[in-house]
Design a protein around this ligand. Structure first.
Ligand code: PEP
Ligand code: MG
Length: 835
């Protein structure tokens, strides 16, 4: 890092120039010393002048942790003092005095230093800093650097120099003032990690992104289109950051009429074959993978990004500290108010959590410690809250046990207050009063869990596969969802999206008539509460749930019982294992919704796509093949023992017919040990999930040790096709219609019929109306699904007899491809329905 000394006759001028410069980089850890003025007179008035000793001291101060020091001077004797300081200083760090304009030079030098520029590069930037002004005023400027002048020491931003192929994108300047100093500084900062150049189209000048002065010379104004060319290992990520900055108008607001970067024909000619050129403008249609059916139209809302750690190096000037203090006070009050309002609408556990957070937000110590940091050390409001919260976290974490879990609450409140101070959305799912479509790169389990009961009406993500947790929760909440919609995060705020979760399409700003059609078509087929075939053969239609609220919904949708209770969804955020009492309460909430009905409880399926902090280690290279599901009991037998105990207690307390099954079983020994443990805990009906090819192949032997099995077709497809279920690119492989998966299901069904034991299907395949009759033909005795699908699956079954289902199963088993299986299955069932 290069340090900077600003030598001025006026202390006020020095401080003000520094304040201006640091705003460009939000501090960014840049080391700047101001050596200005010659003290104060007897009346306390500042004396104009410069002091060589003070300049030397400033250089020595920086020398301790800088690789070089650049000295900028305002005029006249400042230069003499700086020269003399070189004689007086004690350190031997390289020092460069530059003939740069004081204010512009300081800004340019600070930005260049923040981007990691070496002494030559920072000096060149400062010296050329008048270029923007002279260019703008039409005065020829000899000092403006040539396009190759930057980074003469090879250490400018991007460190490591250009490697790899060029990636090109186009962006449009959307903020009203164009590329002035602040946006230029943001561009320079964001370009660190790659060698990026910007060119104003069609034939304007070009500039390296790391050079503030050259960026200003671009003269880019609102509406101008720029080409970004990047090289280097992080080129793609850096271009993503830069595109986001342009799209956002650098936080200065945008002219919404101006199309976004993507709308302007964002283009990647570099090595991203998976990302086709994206054109997202009104009327555009993105194609992804529909994972939860339904059509709905609503305004788009982006998932708010995480609150980053506020800059540590910035020092707030004394005169501005009052404003920072009141920002903290106001933000804390506002957050406490928001939480109070939400608490009053919440119930049960959510209410307790919100109330605890509200108390934290109004904690006088948090506010007073943070404000003390502002006053004594000049921390920014956001930084002061960050540091204070960190100290509280540490103290609470040291207490251990349940208290340590409060760390998450402290962070939540910290992020809320900082978001309020910075006037940005709270990270995660935004709180809105109107219906909206949530758009994100991907969603974390906790994000998706936060959707319940809110105003989100559909989900669109760029990543994720058909059986990812995002897809599963979308289905359980009945939200239409499209995953793998590349380019979705580039759709501008303010657009209306029409999401078709069946076809996998996302239309941007569709015509009003199509919005009206979508609203009319958003109907759910009612289920009458009894699944049966045309000949009266019963096929129980059950629900998949993740907790008590889901179970209540499932009961309202007239599910015949629960075929899969994913217990891990009750504890997604826990850093410590829930106690037996807590578990008992959570399980009773689900059982209570289905008195005298079957409830199949799955023991914790933690890991891979559903990691639980208290159960999984995060150092596995390959978590989908790692210690997940039942395998966790190898390391943590007490977790399984506690869960079985809690289940047995819940089963005794509620009248539901409780069955228990283990996920991710591969061998007969695993199944036997699990069955022994569950029976010893007092649960009489014990099963396993068939999710691995091994378990499917061993189905006959497994039926000798368990009472039932349930086909987890999501994982069965993943492991059979060796295709990560979270990857949207592999969605075609994660398909239960794949012949290999169908044949394994057929083997399990045949083993079940031979043993006279139940074979359920609880993977997403069970809720597919086209596949349901085939599954019954293959031997499924019950199907479990999101409650929303019950009506349509029931309709599909009502059309066909058991013989017709078996015939459809026979023909699909002959198919060589998924496409063929779908076609012959559909033809067989259509003939049957038309009989
Ligand atoms: C499955 O794998 O099909 C299943 C139902 O379990 P999960 O989706 O929770 O892994
Ligand atoms: Mg599974």
């Amino acid at each position: 890092m290069i340090g900077i000394v600003a030598v001025s006759h006026s202390a006020r001028l020095g401080e003000a120039a520094l304040e201006l410069a640091l705003q460009m980089v939000q501090g960014a850890g840049v080391r700047v010393q101001v050596a200005a003025g010659a003290g104060v007179d007897g009346d306390g008035r500042p004396i104009l002048g410069t002091d060589a000793v003070a300049v030397a001291a400033a250089i020595d101060e920086l020398a301790a942790d800088c690789d070089g020091v650049l000295v900028l001077m305002d005029l006249g004797s400042a230069v003499l003092s700086a020269e003399l300081a070189l004689e007086l200083r004690a350190s031997d760090v390289p020092v460069r005095l530059v003939p740069a304009p004081f204010v512009e030079g300081l800004l340019a030098a600070v930005v260049s230093a923040a981007a990691g520029g070496g002494l030559d590069a920072v000096a060149a930037e400062a010296t050329a800093a008048l270029g923007a002004k002279t260019g703008q005023l039409g005065v020829p400027d000899d000092a403006a650097p040539s396009s190759d002048a930057e980074s003469t020491d090879g250490s400018a931003a991007g460190g490591g120099g250009p490697v790899g192929e060029e990636i090109v994108r186009r962006v449009r300047v959307r903020n009203p003032l164009g590329i002035h100093a602040r946006p230029a500084a943001l561009i320079a900062e964001a370009s660190a990690g790659a060698d990026v150049r910007l060119r104003r189209l069609p034939d304007g000048p070009d500039a390296p992104a790391a050079s503030l002065s050259r960026l200003l010379i671009l003269g880019a104004r609102q509406g101008d289109e720029l080409e970004l060319v990047a090289r280097g290992p992080e080129a793609d990520a850096v271009l993503d950051k830069l595109s986001a900055l342009f799209d956002d108008g650098f936080g200065e607001g945008t002219d919404d009429a101006a199309p976004t970067a993507a709308a302007a024909g964002s283009e990647s000619t570099g090595p991203r074959p998976d990302v086709p050129p994206t054109v997202i403008a009104s009327g555009a249609v993105l194609k992804g993978r529909g994972v939860s059916p339904g059509r709905v139209a609503a305004p788009l809302v982006h998932l708010a990004p995480a609150v980053g750690e506020p800059e540590a190096g910035a020092v707030v000037a004394s005169a501005d500290r009052d404003a920072e203090v009141s920002a903290i006070e106001w933000a804390a009050v506002a957050v406490a108010d928001q939480l109070r309002a939400r608490t009053s609408q919440a119930t049960g556990e959510t209410r307790a959590i919100l109330d605890a957070s509200r108390l934290l937000a109004s904690d006088p110590e948090l506010v007073s410690e943070a404000t003390a940091l502002v006053r004594s050390k000049g921390r920014s409001a956001a930084r002061a809250i960050w540091e204070t919260a960190a100290a509280h976290e540490k103290a609470v974490a040291a207490l251990g046990g349940r208290m340590a879990e409060r760390v998450a609450d402290i962070r939540d409140v910290r992020d809320r207050i900082i978001a309020e101070i910075l006037q940005v959305d709270m990270p995660g799912v935004p709180e809105r009063e109107e219906p909206f479509v949530l758009v994100a790169t991907d969603l974390a389990p906790a994000d998706t869990a936060a959707l319940a009961g809110g105003h989100c009406v559909a989900l669109v993500t760029e990543q994720g596969g058909p059986t990812s947790h995002t897809a599963i929760i979308a289905r359980s909440l009945g939200l239409p969802a499209v995953v793998g919609a590349t380019g979705a995060v580039g759709i501008p705020v303010g657009s209306t999206l029409l999401v078709d979760g069946g076809r996998g399409t996302v239309e941007v700003d569709p015509p009003a008539s199509r919005v009206a059609d979508a609203q009319a078509a958003a109907t759910v087929v009612e289920f009458d509460g009894s699944g049966r075939l045309a000949d009266g053969h019963r096929v129980a239609l059950l629900a998949n749930v993740g907790g008590a609220p889901d179970a209540v919904n499932a009961a309202a949708a007239r599910a015949e019982g629960i075929g899969l209770f994913r217990t891990e969804f009750c504890f997604l955020d826990r850093t410590e294992a829930p106690t037996v009492e807590e578990q008992t309460t959570a399980y009773r909430g689900v059982l209570a919704a289905f008195p005298d009905r079957k409830v199949v409880v799955r023991t914790l399926d933690a890991g891979s796509d559903k990691p639980l902090p208290f159960a999984n280690s995060d150092d596995e290279d390959n978590p989908a093949l790692g210690v997940r599901g039942l395998r966790i009991a190898r390391r943590r037998p007490e977790l399984l023992a506690d869960q079985l105990r809690a289940l047995a207690l819940a089963a005794t307390a509620e009248p539901a017919e409780v069955e228990v099954m283990a996920p991710m079983v591969a061998t007969v020994d695993e199944a036997r040990e699990f069955a022994d443990l569950a029976r010893a805990a007092g649960i009489s009906s014990v099963g396993i999930m068939i999710e691995t090819p091994s378990a499917a192949l061993l189905a006959a032997e497994l039926f000798e040790v368990v009472d039932f099995v349930s086909l987890g077709t999501n994982d069965l497809a993943q492991y059979t096709l060796a295709a990560d279920r979270l990857l949207s690119d592999l969605g075609d492989l994660n398909d239960p219609w794949q012949p290999a998966v169908l044949r394994l299901i057929g083997m399990v069904g045949a083993a079940g019929r031979a043993a006279g034991k139940p074979v359920g299907v609880c993977g997403e395949a069970g809720g597919d109306p086209a596949l349901a009759p085939v599954l019954v033909g293959l031997g499924a005795t019950s199907l479990s699904m999101t409650p929303r699908s019950l009506g349509r699956v029931a309709e599909a079954l009502r059309d066909v007899t058991e013989d017709e289902c078996r015939h459809a199963a026979e023909v699909v088993l002959q198919a060589a491809t998924a496409e063929e299986a779908r076609a012959v299955g559909a033809a067989a069932l259509q003939r049957a329905a038309a009989r």
